[in-house]
Design a protein around this ligand. Structure first.
Ligand code: COI
Length: 356
């Protein structure tokens, strides 16, 4: 195990708070930041070792204007959720997967990453310190946002000399303003999210900044979000700005294969396993945009969006509709199977949850 350096006194054992759930309008949460009590912070110097992190009151951080993250986008983020069970215990969903994905992304971005143990321990500490912000059962979840950034100063283009690992949390409800109703997508044929050899397969902050323009235009036109095509053939589905995509035809569920330009979603991977366990045939392959024309259902997956049914997709001016604006049976089945497991409403037959 890596030796850990202590940055300061940890507040983990002496933070003060009541355990009573905060009063919020839980019915209308949406996906906006609600500031909570504490955040976790750990730094890593040139020796590549992270110090033992600490919980500090949530608030602004000081960054050198010359930091790697501000100047050259050397940063990554993760997203995972915690749910409150009726017995008041808290469930985390596959936090080690986020830790491992952060490590893969950090390697690509020339950054050191916390160990899986430190990552998971930090997530647990942050959630427990903010326990009163975890929504009541059935009213949403606590979204956990780990960040890893080059916080040290650079001027010439180079990896930063210091890194900061932060975790903050926010109670959230549905990601799309449509709630659980089907969303309307437009296929983007001018802008691309990722190119072969680029960073599309890691959760670097720049991937998300680069889709804002297409998303803004799409929203102005009344669409919920943008579906990207591959940059080489402009023919194969990649992903939506913030989530992966699945196409259902009969008993076969297809999704673009992970091949360097697509984010390997943890919800994507979980839905594949759930679908297989329910008897569906799942194909990870090149999925042509033409297949949208005769699909029975289309849905998106992601930590934030969970499983979001797609009601229509517009491509080159042509609109295809699915499920008569209702939720398709396959999307509904997979949504229910996954969320009941995440919320502890059914037995965790996959061994994916971690109880706090
Ligand atoms: C997530 O689903 O957790 C993400 O990171 C997507 C983000 C754009 C909200």
């Amino acid at each position: 195990a890596r030796p850990v350096r202590r940055c300061g006194a940890s507040l983990a054992s002496n933070y003060s708070q009541t355990s009573e759930i905060v009063h919020l309008d839980w019915e209308n949460l949406g996906f906006g930041l609600v500031q909570t009590d504490y955040m976790y912070i750990a730094k890593c110097g040139q020796d590549g070792k992270f110090c033992k992190g600490e919980l500090v009151p949530f608030g602004p951080i000081a960054l050198n204007p010359s930091s790697g993250v501000l100047n050259y986008g050397q940063g990554l983020f993760e997203g995972l959720k915690a749910y409150r069970k009726p017995d008041e215990s808290i469930l985390l969903f596959r936090p080690e997967e986020n830790a491992l994905r952060m490590q893969t992304g950090a390697e690509r971005m020339c950054m050191p990453a916390p160990s899986v143990e430190q990552f998971v321990d930090a997530v647990k500490q942050t959630v427990l310190a903010n326990k009163r912000w975890v929504p009541p059962t059935g009213k949403g979840s606590l979204y956990i946002r780990p960040l890893l950034m080059g916080s040290g100063a650079v001027l010439g283009l180079a990896p930063a000399p210091e890194y900061t690992f932060i975790i903050f949390v926010s109670p959230v409800g549905n990601y799309f303003k449509e709630g659980l109703a089907p969303i309307n997508l437009i296929v983007e044929d001018k802008f691309h999210r990722a190119t072969p050899g680029g960073t599309g397969c890691v959760k670097t902050i720049g991937n998300y900044a680069s889709v804002l323009m297409a998303q803004k235009i799409a929203k102005e036109q009344g669409y919920s979000d943008v579906l990207y095509l591959d940059a080489v053939h402009k023919k194969y589905l990649e992903e939506v700005s913030s989530c992966n995509i699945f196409v259902v035809k009969g008993n076969v569920i297809s999704t673009p294969a992970i091949k360097g330009t697509i984010l390997p979603g943890i919800t994507r991977k979980s839905i594949i396993d759930v679908a297989v366990s329910k008897g569906f045939q799942v194909e990870e392959r090149l999925v042509s945009v033409d297949e949208l024309l005769d699909a029975d259902e289309v849905f998106c997956t992601g930590t934030a969006v969970v499983v979001s049914p797609v009601g229509s997709i517009t491509y080159q001016g042509k609109r295809v509709e699915y499920g008569h604006q209702g939720v398709g049976v396959v999307s509904q089945l997979l949504y229910t199977s996954l969320t009941s497991l995440q919320m502890g409403q059914t037995e965790d037959w996959m061994g994916w949850t971690m109880q706090l």
